[in-house]
Design a protein around this ligand. Structure first.
Ligand SMILES: Cc1ncc(COP(=O)(O)O)c(C=O)c1O
Length: 451
């Protein structure tokens, strides 16, 4: 089974796991623990699963969501450009929540990043620094600008960009540093921000997975020049699709606001064009849902943080399991993902794929995370495309590969394991069951290897 991250795969796994065990998700169902099941056979070998009830489902839908949705429906103002006001309200609320001066809502996180790179004037011939361990959108938006992506290797301990390696990748063509707070875990901004200042480079924070992440008590997305969020279905703040740009710079704000509305000037519905743009507008339905989901974000985030801290305590006790390190300046981890590294040597050499299969059979959904983005065949094809060959010297393209090895990230992609944010929303007992499942697999790893 391919355990690289796929949300669809995860959802399928959840429902197969749940119905396969003969249970359906019912609110209020009491969790049943199997005392002493550490010693029992792993479920993949026919034993009882460590967890036989589902984790909380996502998204959470309550009456206020329905009310917000129906308000928009009945108002008939479904588009912000023709009378709607929910997108504007969401922008004001989200900016205030994070402590930024401005927010511009967009149709999705990819478009938030796209608008931001345009606002920074990134284009052909420019180099943009990014991590290799991220969702493909971070890379795609750089390629959309026909700029050159420059990968900085991962810090395997944190699963984030290795900030100490950024400076050696800066050249006279570098125009932007684009760190990603992957899984909600903030990057080392104590290194990145002064470095960007020293080289006079803007920082575009990809905070698409980090809705409540904070660095020294300031929310991520507000520390760089621009910060972007995604509100896609899996995210901790969710409207199916959606995105936002945060900035405190009036000129960047003005650009993004105009750009997402076909380059129009300040009057949203007018035909006064200030610049080239596109339609990246958030719908009123998305904004109304976000305003309602936002009422639960804090409470949910605290539950995730508490469960994650408890789980980390349990997993640290298991040889071969290394929960993602948080840098010293992290005052809050947004926990979109709970990430750790798996060392098969502590599990009798059991390959990660087999470990993941065994975990799923124990009733614990999981994934193996990303594959190395810097080695993507589509990326090489793009760099060989007509546009890139027109824009870059042959030598630039030829040398690109040797400039972009990420050996630490290659290892990381083979050892990472992810759990998903909704798994942290249940009772503490769920965390005990996760740890119990892993201990059980470890104890029987030799048998599993031979089976
Ligand atoms: C790190 C990162 N960047 C960008 C995006 C793109 O966001 P969207 O899917 O809303 O376009 C995502 C979404 O998953 C993401 O995880």
């Amino acid at each position: 089974m391919n355990h690289s991250y796929s949300r669809r795969h995860f959802l399928r796994t959840m429902s197969v796991g749940v119905t396969g065990a003969g249970f359906t998700a019912r609110a209020g169902r009491r969790l049943v623990a199997f005392p002493g099941s550490d010693g029992e056979k792993p479920a993949i070998l026919g034993g009882a699963p460590a967890k036989n009830t589902p984790f909380p489902s996502w998204p959470v839908i309550q009456e206020n969501d329905e009310k917000g949705w129906m308000e928009v429906l009945r108002s008939k103002d479904w588009c912000r450009a023709s009378g709607g006001h929910y997108a504007t309200r969401f922008e004001e609320t989200w900016a205030q929540t994070l402590g930024a001066k401005y927010c511009v809502a967009t149709s999705c996180g990819t478009m938030a990043l796209y608008a931001s790179l345009n606002a920074l004037g990134i284009g052909p011939g420019d180099e943009v620094i990014l991590p290799p361990y991220t969702f493909v959108a971070t890379l795609n938006v750089i390629l959309m600008q026909h700029a050159l992506p420059v990968f900085v290797d991962s810090d395997r301990e944190s699963l984030q960009i290795d900030a100490r390696k950024i400076e050696s990748k800066i050249t006279s063509r570098t125009r932007c540093i684009m760190p990603v707070h992957l899984g909600g875990n903030p990057v080392d901004l104590d290194v990145i921000l002064p470095l960007a200042k020293k080289h006079n480079l803007p920082v575009l924070e990809d905070a698409c997975q980090a809705h409540t992440g904070a660095w020294r008590n300031r929310r991520v997305s507000t520390l760089g020049d621009l910060g972007c969020f995604s509100f896609q279905a899996s995210k901790n703040l969710n409207s199916g699709e959606g995105g936002a740009i945060l900035t405190s710079d009036p000129a960047l704000h003005e650009f993004c606001k105009s750009f997402q509305n076909q380059g129009r000037g300040t009057t949203e519905a007018s035909f006064g064009y200030a610049r080239q743009g596109a339609n990246l507008r958030m719908t009123e339905f998305q904004a109304a849902l976000l305003l309602q989901q936002l009422t639960r974000l804090e409470e949910q985030s605290h539950v995730r943080e508490q469960n994650a801290a408890y789980l980390t305590g349990l997993l640290r006790e298991i040889p071969g399991i290394a929960p993602a390190r948080m840098y010293e300046g992290t005052t809050r981890n947004g926990y979109h993902l709970y990430m750790f590294r798996y060392d098969k040597n502590q599990f009798s050499g059991l390959p990660r794929a087999r470990f993941l299969d065994a975990l799923e059979k124990e009733g614990i959904p999981c994934a193996g995370g990303y594959t190395p983005l810097n080695k993507e065949p589509f990326l090489k094809a793009t760099l060989q495309s007509r546009a890139y060959r027109e824009l870059y010297a042959e030598r630039d393209i030829a040398e690109w590969e040797e400039r972009n090895p990420c050996p630490e990230n290659d290892k990381l992609c083979e050892e990472a394991v992810w759990f998903f944010q909704e798994m942290l929303l249940g009772p503490r007992q769920d965390m005990d069951q996760i740890a119990e499942a892993i201990r059980k697999i470890q104890k029987h790893a030799g048998e599993l290897l031979r089976a």
